[in-house]
Design a protein around this ligand. Structure first.
Ligand SMILES: [Zn+2]
Length: 423
């Protein structure tokens, strides 16, 4: 009897009577026979109401618990049904597990913690479970967090963005809180309807409290924000504006590549054509042109020097891209003045892609100025997206977006899963 209570403690069982412990050779595991104690028994599995008995259900059930040393452990118990006055005939609640699942709460907590803190393979190998199982666990752990915490409370300044995953076949909309730096919402898709689901959950009263929304200039975001958050000032997300400049620069880079010597491609059977000479140098300087100057390595800096000497037109495009980055670094009135200068520079640049960009920026000038005034952090959106991209790589094996969204919320908001026994 004393032995049984030691096993009860070791398995973290509370409000539970341990009846017996044995080693089951057929499944190579310790099996702990248990039942809810007098206070915990005869309760509806869905709402916890004490209810009259209904039938014996489907007999004995097992729940996978945390390993004891090197050995797997199962909790085994009867699973009778009660007649709940709200839910009708329902399998009874057990103190050690969520309703209708095959793992204990401690196992769930450990799996969710590992998925957030380590890698997919570490989680699956250590716990000896399939990643699909981990996905279901993460989703229910997050559901429990959402049952007690409302992540959408008190939002004032938010950022909205879309990210692609599964090789751009799928999309998520993510909403970040600029004031806390947290991810507060994520949903599948990239459309006005998808974004409206966020505003539905937020509700009109809380949406009216939102003062600023930073986002890219996609029309569907603009439309949803204008309709659903009427008091919000829309701010252009500098990250996307600079991305436009990188696109414009890339048009110039391809032009330079097409015109450069060595462009002739020697084709021979069974081999891909190769470029040489200036054209190859331009092809290889792609990253040097894209990156921030502070992130360049020595070779990339040399590539830029070479472009400055040999292709003034491409160099001008590069300087325009950097000039636009400076606008957002300067911020405030300085940023606005810098943008005025930048626009007249771009219009006179004789670079078609930048003349076009100047027009596009002028169209969105109000939202860009709003950002320069209110300075919503570009770093937050960038870093959130980088983290989610890492998570999407981890969560690539999930068939549905729900576990991925739950993983992102658990990993990037302020309610991370706890270790078993430490809450
Ligand atoms: Zn019930």
């Amino acid at each position: 009897m004393q032995n049984n209570s030691v096993w009860g403690r070791a398995c973290g069982l509370t409000r539970t009577v341990v009846e017996a412990v044995r080693f089951d050779e057929t499944v190579d595991a310790v099996v702990v026979s248990a039942r809810p104690d007098a206070r915990a028994r005869s309760r509806c599995g869905r709402c916890g109401r004490r209810s009259p008995g209904y039938d014996q259900g489907t007999g004995r059930r097992r729940w996978r618990g945390l390993d004891a040393g090197t050995t797997r452990v199962f909790i085994e118990a009867d699973a009778p049904r009660v007649r709940c006055r709200v839910h009708g005939p329902t399998v009874t609640q057990v103190p050690w597990a969520r309703h209708g699942v095959g793992h204990t709460r401690d196992f769930d907590a450990m799996a969710a913690w590992l998925a957030v803190q380590t890698s997919k393979s570490a989680t699956c190998q250590l716990l000896r479970v399939a990643w699909r199982t981990v996905g279901s666990i993460i989703a229910r752990v997050n559901d429990d967090v959402e049952a007690v915490v409302d992540r959408l409370d008190g939002l004032r300044r938010i950022g909205i963005d879309e990210i692609s995953y599964k090789r751009s076949h799928r999309y998520l909309i993510v909403v970040v809180d600029h004031d806390t730096g947290r991810l507060v919402w994520a949903g599948e898709g990239r459309s006005e309807a998808a974004l409206n689901r966020f505003f539905d959950e937020l509700g009109d009263a809380r949406a009216a409290e939102i003062t600023h929304v930073s986002a890219d200039m996609a029309d569907w975001i603009a439309k949803a924000v204008a309709e659903r958050a009427p008091n919000a000032i829309r701010c252009a997300d500098p990250f996307h504006i600079v991305a436009w400049a990188i696109e414009a620069l890339d048009i110039e880079r391809r032009r330079a590549w097409n015109q450069a010597a060595g462009r002739t491609i020697e084709k021979s059977p069974g081999r891909r054509g190769r470029t040489s000479g200036d054209s190859r140098t331009i092809a290889r300087s792609r990253y040097a042109l894209w990156k921030n100057p502070t992130d360049l390595n020595v070779r990339q800096r040399q590539q830029l020097d070479w472009i400055a000497k040999t292709d003034p037109r491409l160099w001008r495009a590069y300087l325009l891209k950097e000039g636009l980055r400076y606008v957002f670094a300067a911020k405030g009135q300085d940023g606005k003045d810098a943008l005025d200068r930048w626009l007249s520079w771009a219009r006179r640049s004789q670079l078609e892609s930048f003349v076009h960009l100047a027009k596009r920026i002028t169209q969105h000038r109000q939202a860009i100025d709003a950002n320069l005034e209110h300075g919503l952090s570009q770093g937050l959106i960038e870093s959130t997206n980088t983290k989610i991209r890492l998570l999407t790589r981890i969560a690539f094996g999930f068939h549905d977006p729900e576990p991925l969204i739950a993983l992102a919320l658990l990993a990037l908001d302020s309610h991370p899963p706890h270790l078993p026994g430490r809450n």
